[in-house]
Write a protein of this length. Structure first.
Length: 123
């Protein structure tokens, strides 16, 4: 992962369309799960959502054996932030063109699999 002091181009091996589709599923299913795990029905769970995704990113970075100093770990985290800002700009542009936030599009476009609904109902 490249830090701000390095000029390294990210290596992508999955198409943008496939990653967007995976993000749509991740957003919808994570929101579904958090809504059911929360201690208040229909509570605002944005902080819980961000905390969940940041844990996933941190786990990925923690597994990177090249990030073996605090400075390198910070550079890894900054790399994640660079990706977020890039997509944030794109999603804001999409929202100004369509009037619909990317988050709302993602949540509303994905059907929660029946198996997932059933497993949550059974627990």
């Amino acid at each position: 992962m490249a830090g701000p002091s390095q000029t390294q181009t990210p290596q992508f091996f999955v198409s943008d369309a496939d990653k967007e589709a995976m993000a749509e599923q991740l957003v919808a299913q994570t929101m579904f799960a958090l809504d059911r795990l929360g201690d208040r029905p229909s509570a605002p769970i944005a902080d819980d959502f961000l905390d969940t995704l940041s844990r996933a990113c941190a786990a990925l970075l923690a597994a990177d054996t090249n990030l073996n100093t605090p400075a390198k770990q910070r550079q890894g985290a900054e790399s994640v932030a660079i990706h977020i800002v890039r997509h944030l700009r794109r999603y804001r542009e999409e929202q100004s063109e369509t009037g619909v936030s990317a988050f709302q599009r993602m949540v509303s476009s994905q059907e929660i699999p029946e198996e997932m609904r059933q497993s949550w109902s059974d627990s």
